[in-house]
Design a protein around this ligand. Structure first.
Ligand SMILES: [Fe+2]
Ligand SMILES: [Fe+2]
Length: 265
């Protein structure tokens, strides 16, 4: 997509009842947005996180559904807290305005029936995950370590730029994440059709590129005017990408372990 506008269908987002952040400068077709988004996407893709995961865990199964369902739920349960804490931690209200937008959306905007991690769990249950799986897999060590890593990085960060960079790092592979979660839950053809029609997946297939645009606009607006700020932002970004590396390799290990446990249960 070098040189092209980011593919965001605002009409489809609005049709799903979602509003989006108003932007007059750093729109999806702004050359700096396109160039920066591509440069950060390239930096993340060099890590080959999803290629590595898919190479070992491409086969659909109910075990994979139950592992990815529970562990993605743990991540999405934590994310609003990270976003709210990040918003509280940044140093002024203009930054807070931008960082709180995604938190508000994750928490269902004005509709408590659309709190995203709850919507996600209903979708995972539809695919075969069980409520008892949540207790049984509530503290898988690799995933706990990865979740602690982002929480600690955010809490220990000493600058706005590190926090803002972390948020883009957490968002940068949102499309890969959502498609990997989808293929992990859709372990039968029937489920594939059924899950594609859920609000959770319809919404997230539309929203994610706009989240990337928003976080890139934050970089361009607040962080690109000195080498020091760019370096701090990149440090935060790399921590976000490191989280995904730990998370998806951890999921792979949990699948291997749970294959024994769940198929014997
Ligand atoms: Fe979400
Ligand atoms: Fe997102």
């Amino acid at each position: 997509m070098q040189g092209e506008s980011l593919s965001i269908n605002y009409r489809d987002i609005a049709a799903l009842g979602y509003d989006y952040v108003q932007e007059k400068t750093y729109t999806a077709d702004h050359p700096e947005v396109v160039a920066s988004a591509n440069s950060f996407l390239k930096r993340f893709r060099e890590k080959q996180i999803f290629e590595t995961f898919n190479a070992s865990h491409s086969t659909p199964s109910l075990v994979k559904t139950r592992v990815v369902g529970t562990q993605w739920h743990r991540f999405s349960d934590l994310m609003p807290y990270i976003l709210c804490a990040a918003s509280a931690k940044v140093s002024n209200n203009r930054l807070r305005h931008y960082t709180i937008q995604t938190a508000y959306e994750e928490l269902g905007a004005r509709n408590a029936d659309e709190i995203h991690h709850e919507m996600f769990w209903e979708t995972a249950v539809m695919a075969g995950a069980k409520n008892t799986d949540r207790d049984a897999m509530s503290d898988e060590p690799e995933i706990s370590r990865a979740l602690n890593f982002i929480e600690n990085f955010m809490m220990d960060s000493k600058s706005d730029e590190e926090i803002l960079g972390l948020l883009l790092g957490l968002e940068i592979c949102a499309q890969e994440n959502i498609e990997t979660v989808f293929s992990s839950l859709a372990h039968t053809k029937e489920l594939e059709a059924k899950l594609a029609e859920t609000k959770f997946f319809k919404l997230h297939r539309q929203l994610e590129m706009e989240h990337i645009r928003l976080d890139v606009s934050i970089f361009l607006r607040f962080c690109q005017n000195s080498q020091e700020k760019i370096q701090l932002f990149t440090k935060g970004f790399d921590a976000g990408v490191e989280f995904w590396k730990q998370f998806w390799s951890g999921i792979g290990n949990v699948i291997v372990r749970q294959r024994e446990v769940l198929t014997c249960a």
